[in-house]
Design a protein around this ligand. Structure first.
Ligand code: NAP
Length: 445
């Protein structure tokens, strides 16, 4: 990879980059199939990604006609890195085996190793014979929707395709590596004013939040609506808060520390609830919820904004879902894309039907939604929320930090990039957007 990196750093042309040999192996953060039962019977909180994420050389797979090799400059940790590395709720090797049955090219994915990573920024170094829109030398970011365009439903909304998968989670050859294998329809232009690590941290969570709050495929927030955002300084929440502020909606942000509240205040969020100091106990024990505590949260929201929220941005799942359904106002919507604290949810259905509320399921984003979300970053209207940066060698530690909620915003990972702050192609625009805004989470992190 040294030759490729040298060419990129030396400003080589696309043709020069394309002429370089692709190495037979590359450095990657990966899991081993032989370890997939390592945590059987171990509590979720005791599972440790530092034990399962290995950094080492893996063989370079052949390139399918609709794919490109990306020299990965930076990547990011997502919660799916934690799920895969902790082998919960299931081992991702099962997904690789299912994918492998789809076609001859798909068979490459079933390996005894799984290269993780669902975000990346970097440079296209080689394109397959059927790739039309991209060429070697293009500076790109990668979104993680891995869709077969031969599925008819993918042409309405790619997220409805029956074989839709998440790259680097349900597929192999992901972005936490020096090289990634990416379908051409996952590529988007790299925001020119951002560094490699700032550019790499957005696509997965930004696109997911975009679809949840701005897409006709999920919900479209309106001016004046109030939105309760759980984990508002986390990955999804940090973008959801920005979408509310940009669109004239009122975010009511829930966080668990004063430091997180301060970051959001600087972003412009006025209404913040610290769930730690409020000490909500929505569950009396493992099986019994406490509606009094739902009501206490509802009162706290009304004390802040004078009324109920119209929307709840949900992802913690079991711990909060009953409260979310309760506190959203009459006719309101709970939009959910995850269940970090447990996926067997429980809520009082009377509050849902009597008050005509809705629950909307949402998952990642189709290419066009991801593209539009990326465009807002390119235009400087949505800012990256990068708070910490690790080397690829410390991927396991970075995933551990996320598993234990020791982070804010996004954790970046440097792959080929030799340090932070590289890859900024448009410093003038960066200055116009504002260094303070772009680095808000990094300064606090
Ligand atoms: P993250 O960066 O860890 O942020 C989540 C935030 O949620 C945390 O910062 C924490 O904030 C809050 N939180 C965690 N546990 C909580 C609990 N029990 N009660 C209340 N708040 C809690 O993670 P993320 O990237 O935003 O992802 C969140 C979840 O969404 C994960 O399960 C992930 O796998 C999933 N996800 C799904 C999709 C999809 O397409 N379906 C896409 C992205 C992510 P405070 O401690 O400050 O309150």
């Amino acid at each position: 990879m040294e030759q490729i990196l040298e060419a990129i750093n030396g400003g080589a042309s696309g043709d020069e980059i394309a002429a370089l040999p692709i190495p037979e192996s590359y450095r990657a953060a990966h899991l081993l199939r032989s370890e997939q039962e390592m945590f059987e019977g171990v509590e979720s909180s005791e599972r440790d990604p530092r034990k399962t994420v290995h950094i080492g050389e893996v063989p370079t797979p052949e390139l399918a006609p609709d794919e490109v090799y990306v020299a990965v400059m930076a990547s990011a940790i997502n919660f799916n890195t934690v799920w895969s590395a902790n082998y919960e709720p299931v081992s991702t090797f099962g997904a690789l085996d299912r994918l492998a049955r789809q076609s001859e090219w798909s068979a490459r994915h079933a390996q005894d190793y799984h290269v993780l990573g669902s975000d990346a920024s970097g440079v296209v170094v080689k394109v397959g014979s059927a790739v039309r829109a991209w060429k070697p030398g293009d500076r790109v970011v990668v979104h993680c929707n891995y869709v077969d365009d031969q599925d008819p439903q993918s042409h309405d909304d790619a997220m409805m395709a029956s074989n839709e998968m998440i790259w680097g989670y349900e597929t192999n050859f992901g972005g936490l590596a020096d090289l990634a294998v990416v379908r051409a329809n996952q590529l988007m232009p790299k925001p020119a004013h951002l560094s490699w690590e700032e550019a790499a941290c957005n696509a997965l969570v930004n696109s997911t939040s975009y679809r949840m709050l701005l897409s006709p495929n999920s919900y479209q927030i309106k001016q004046g609506e109030a939105v309760l955002i759980w984990g508002a300084s986390g990955g999804l929440g940090g973008y959801a808060a920005q979408y509310c502020l940009n669109g004239g909606a009122t975010p009511v942000a829930v966080v668990s520390s004063d430091a997180k509240a301060d970051v959001l205040r600087e972003m412009g969020v006025e209404h913040i609830i610290n769930r730690k100091t409020q000490g909500y106990q929505f569950w009396k024990d493992e099986n019994t919820q406490d509606p009094k505590e739902w009501r206490r949260l509802g009162k706290d929201i009304r004390d802040l904004i004078g009324r109920d929220v119209d929307v709840v941005f949900e992802h913690p799942g079991r711990q909060t879902f009953g409260a979310s359904v309760y506190v959203v106002g009459r006719g309101g919507s709970v939009i959910t894309c995850a269940a970090t604290s447990g996926y067997m949810l429980e809520f009082d259905n009377r509050h849902l039907w009597m008050r005509l509320k809705r629950i909307i399921g949402s998952h990642f984003a189709n290419y066009w939604e991801a593209w539009q979300a990326n465009q807002l970053i390119c235009d400087g209207r949505i800012q990256p929320i990068l708070s910490a940066v690790h080397d690829l060698e410390h991927t396991g530690e970075a995933a551990y930090q996320m598993h234990h909620n020791l982070h804010e915003g996004k954790i970046g990972v440097l792959c080929l990039a030799e340090g932070e702050g590289q890859g900024i192609d448009d410093p003038e625009f960066r200055e116009k957007v504002g260094e303070d805004k772009i680095t808000l989470f990094r300064r606090a992190g």
